[in-house]
Design a protein around this ligand. Structure first.
Ligand code: ADP
Length: 247
């Protein structure tokens, strides 16, 4: 077995809010072509990590690289253009816009989303329909997003992320608040999309999902990695048990 190829990688990534160190010189590498998971107790810095690597907040120190290319401090749209897509814990969709328009808006500037979405090109509309079919919600294309169940809204958001054809997809708690049947559907989709060549980095509290889905798990505690490896090793790592149980 050869060395895994690096995907997203950080060196000494540091971010403090007032007196609270959210990221404490975090040096971590995720694997290209794999399903990676980032886990850790509440407050361990996972969200701040996502926000720093997607350009939503600026780190105080350290570097962010994607496939060897430096992206430190770049704005979100540049990070997106580099091939990195992201979903949010609290699911970002336009509630009063139709499902189809949400997807067209996902690849257009937000301020103009409404008008431009309706003028969406034929090719883009077909691509949007393709992703909706893939998510199993194509029958809802004319519904307003707010009419969808929470799990369906998560699928809609994922379809929106896929509209930009990212090669690395960051998912922030994809199973959070989602019913078990839809969790299975999301897992299947991640597996399929990964088999098609997309890399994933998933922050998730559902340990069954993390352990069954991921190839590589990184565990954060107090703003830095304390363990990393395949799920089988992580599950029995004493530092990991300690971080979760506070022993
Ligand atoms: P996780 O996602 O693992 O739960 P976070 O990255 O949300 O962890 O938080 C890490 C630490 O940083 C926590 O102590 C949290 O309270 C703090 N923190 C995160 N964002 C902010 C913020 N905008 N202002 C102040 N403190 C923050």
């Amino acid at each position: 077995d050869h060395e895994p190829e690096p995907s997203l990688a950080t060196t000494g990534l540091t971010k403090a809010f007032g007196g609270v160190t959210a990221l404490d010189s975090a040096t971590v590498t995720f694997h290209h072509g794999k399903v990676n998971a980032l886990i850790g107790p509440n407050g361990s810095g996972k969200t701040t990590f996502f926000n720093c690597v997607t350009g939503m907040i600026r780190p105080d120190a350290g570097r962010v690289a994607y496939r060897g290319r430096d992206l430190t401090g770049r704005p979100s749209h540049r990070i997106a253009r580099a091939g990195i897509g992201r979903s949010f814990q609290l699911c970002r969709v336009f509630p009063r816009m139709t499902v189809l328009d949400n997807l067209l808006a996902a690849v257009r500037p937000r301020s103009l989303a409404g008008q431009l979405a309706r003028a969406g090109g034929r090719e883009e509309t077909e691509r949007a329909r393709g992703w909706l079919a893939r998510m199993g919600i194509e029958h809802l294309e004319r519904a307003e997003a707010r009419q969808l169940s929470w799990g369906q809204q998560k699928l809609l958001e994922l379809a929106g992320v896929l509209m930009s054809e990212p090669e690395l997809i960051l998912l922030d708690e994809p199973a959070g608040g989602v019913n078990p049947a839809l969790i299975d559907r999301i897992c299947d989709l991640v597996r399929e999309l990964n088999a098609e060549g997309r890399t994933f980095l998933i922050v998730e509290h559902n340990m069954d999902m993390v352990m069954s889905l991921s190839d590589h798990v990184v565990v954060f505690d107090c703003g830095r990695p304390i363990a990393q490896g395949p799920p089988s090793l992580i599950q029995s790592d004493e530092r990991v048990l300690g971080a979760y149980l506070g022993v």
